[in-house]
Design a protein around this ligand. Structure first.
Ligand SMILES: [Zn+2]
Length: 77
């Protein structure tokens, strides 16, 4: 009788622990999705003169290098 009550309590503790662990993982996943930065649509430019790498708006076809002032085409990978 005494051992069956003890095993029931152990089962309840383990079940509660697993439930709390599950809730924590769900909560952290929700937090991660909320704060994950989305990839930027900005274009990447690499200066032909000074090799400086910079970004500009996706609507811009050519951008001026902030380092030396040279106009550059977007960099394609
Ligand atoms: Zn430059």
């Amino acid at each position: 009788m005494k051992t069956s009550i003890l095993s029931e309590w152990i089962f309840i503790y383990v079940a509660l622990f697993l439930l709390i662990l599950f809730l924590c993982s769900v909560y952290s996943e929700i937090r991660k999705r909320r704060f994950d930065p989305k990839p930027s649509d900005d274009r990447i430019f690499r200066c032909g003169d000074c090799a400086y790498v910079y970004t500009d708006d996706p609507t811009v076809d050519r951008a001026r290098c902030p380092h030396c002032g040279c106009m550059n085409d977007p960099f394609t990978f």
